[in-house]
Ligand binder design. Structure first.
Ligand SMILES: Nc1nc2c(c(=O)[nH]1)N[C@@H](CN(C=O)c1ccc(C(=O)N[C@@H](CCC(=O)O)C(=O)O)cc1)CN2
Length: 294
């Protein structure tokens, strides 16, 4: 695409909201076919502003698409035992289809203990080892929301994945690792790079599909990108600009737009897909629970 002013090329923008709207519309239609609205329970500890905002967004969107949502906003000093008791209660409640514990948790609570306690059939975040294992075995049921949303977005914009060389920078449990499994399942050739990868640029320049998910402002610069590659920016970094105001920026330098073939913005890129995919997962969980009761 030409930018019409300098004669140079600019990457095709891949905005998240249209893809998220399509995913939400599908989730809403599936939810409407169930005997009762799927019920999502969201648990949050403490008042971290980003977590408060994400949970509010999940609750609001759930209601917008016809789901039933309950938020448990617990004090920061809630003990691990009390949190586990709540999870056990939600596991046992036949009226609850999906359970989500917002991350990060305070340091005194073991994330692993809590995530492993959620019934895998209600684990709409896809973080339980049963769901992680099914994903890596090529049989995804409930899969982590940000990478699943990214895969949906690539499909929405008809970006080819099968046969592509994909490079993911970042190996987190929320994004990098599950995304690697999803890309493999979709027949890409996948490399996962990380903080100890030597000559990162040589690796990223191989990519037809490049994913930046490390949380380091503008880590990916134009010289690290193959001309025409699709670049997906998963970074959400809060920085203070020259104007003294806080704003969000990604892991990809804006000048990458002059090299890439397509680029997701931050904000307004993959972020909105996270919540849309969560609600799609909640409907999937409810559908499977209804079928198991028949
Ligand atoms: N239990 C979970 N905890 C966390 C997850 C998760 O998937 N499950 N992911 C992240 C945070 N997250 C959802 O929880 C999330 C991140 C970003 C967005 C989003 O829409 N971002 C917007 C910008 C929003 C803003 O202004 O801050 C964008 O990128 O355009 C939604 C959800 C960690 N915790």
């Amino acid at each position: 695409m030409t930018d019409g002013s300098s004669g140079g090329t600019v990457a095709r923008p891949l905005p998240g909201p249209p893809a998220a709207a399509a995913l939400l519309a599908d989730a809403a239609a599936r939810a409407a076919r169930l005997a009762s609205p799927p019920h999502l329970s969201i648990v949050r500890l403490g008042e971290d502003p980003a977590s408060v905002s994400y949970v509010r967004g999940k609750d609001r969107k759930a209601r917008e698409v016809g789901l039933h949502s309950t938020v448990y906003a617990l004090p920061e000093d809630t003990s691990q035992a009390d949190l586990l008791a709540l999870v056990a209660r939600l596991n046992a409640d036949p009226d609850v289809n999906g359970i989500l514990v917002q991350l990060p948790l305070p340091a005194h609570v073991s994330e692993q203990a809590v995530l492993h306690a959620i019934d895998p059939r209600k684990d709409v975040d896809g973080f339980h080892p049963v769901n992680v294992g099914e994903l890596w075995a090529g049989r995804p049921v409930l899969a982590p929301c940000t990478p699943a949303g990214i895969m949906y977005m690539l499909g929405h914009y008809s970006i080819p994945v099968a046969g592509a060389r994909a490079v993911i920078v970042g190996r987190s449990h929320i994004v990098g690792r599950p995304l690697a499994a999803m890309l493999l399942n979709a027949h890409a050739t996948v490399t996962v790079a990380h903080s100890r990868t030597p000559d990162l640029g040589a690796v990223t320049r191989e990519a037809d599909l490049l994913f930046a998910a490390v949380g380091r402002v503008h880590l990916v610069t134009p010289d690290m990108v193959k001309p025409g590659a699709t670049v997906v920016d998963v970074g959400i970094n809060r920085v203070v600009g020259a104007d003294g105001k806080a704003h969000l920026t990604g892991d990809v330098h804006p000048d990458v737009a002059a090299v890439a073939g397509a680029l997701t913005p931050v904000p307004g890129g993959v972020g909105p897909l996270t919540i849309a995919q969560l609600l799609a997962n909640t409907v999937t969980a409810a559908e499977r629970q209804a079928a198991a009761r028949l």
